[in-house]
Design a protein around this ligand. Sequence first.
Ligand code: F6P
Length: 399
Amino acid sequence: MEWFIFQTLAAIVDFGGERSRTHFGAVWSGYTVDGRFGGRGDCLRGEPNLKESRKMKVALLTGGGDCPGLNAVIYAAVKKGINRYGDEFVGFLNGWRGVLDDKWIPLTLERIDGIQLTGGTILHSSRTNVKKIPGGIEQVEKVLKANGIDALIALGGDDTQSVTLALTEAGIPGVGVPKTIDNDINGTDATFGFDTAVSIATEAVDRIRTTADSHNRVIVIEVMGRDAGWIAYASGVAGGADVVLVPEKEIDIDHVAALLKYNYDRGKTYGLVVVAEGCHLPEVGQVIGSKQLDSFGHARLSGIGEALAELIEKKTGFETRSVNLGHTQRGGSPTAYDRLLGQRYGLHAIDMVHQQKWGRIAVLKGTDITDITIKEAIATNRRLDQRFFDVISDLEARV
Ligand code: F6P
């Protein structure tokens, strides 16, 4: 019986499995004579080498918005790297900023003990666009060379990975791990952090339901997700919201009012609306919290919940309030799912390094962790399609 349970768990979890045991050896030793990263001459970049794996000095960093599960990736990559490959690790602080400033900490087995259970990132984060900084790529190259770094593992979303791609195109050996609560990275079925964000948002919808009901109110709940509606879709449906609004579709305020009125006419005296921060209001478009753009050119999306609540109250006459869940969705410890997914990504990432899969990023396809090119991953955003719109509309009242 115990053996059966173990086998079943192993099949579900697939920690590395046969693929990681037959990893290709890495022979990366530093830089070529022209100052670029290079091998010992017995392998070509990106091609697997069947020689025995050599230990490497690997640097990790976390860029962009933090996300529950980042520490789980760091934990697994460092643990396997040290135990299986004999690697040495450093972690650059504050994303690409730490590489430019040469700020890092050693990552030892003692330092990573227990971090897979914790939220945030022990390496801290920033939104630093190296490509926009004159001499940025050269500075990264210089710092990595000075520290004897053989390879980089960058944990981040499309912005962070656009820098990883630029660096690998400049000859710097690096791989990516996709990170975002928004779940919008092309080519991967799920990013860690999304499950945690959805659990938190769903719990919030549950809690808001009882107070909305008591006070006979409509409450609009604004969730994150940038231009993708994954968090709104998942928490709205899981939380049983009456109206779920996603950025992939423009808001039809008459339809929203009709849905709420339909319920009121049938004796339900409250309403729950989940709206994604990136939704487009008619004649207004996206609601921006601050005009200041980050270094990747993104405005801060925030405030659509409040604007929508005003419109709903005007249209329906129902007392309407709004709640913006904001960064509560990104904080706190990761769910079991995200701890597991993060660790699986970390295990794959360190294998990718030893297989010299430069310019590639770990992804989840079905139940398998595999990898694709960073170029493909950042070419477009993964957004909701008709299948998900159907789920939302099939659960709506018929109006
Ligand atoms: O990309 C993750 C995310 O949480 C988005 O959902 C949100 O729009 C953005 O980051 C918020 O960023 P910041 O933490 O810089 O306000």
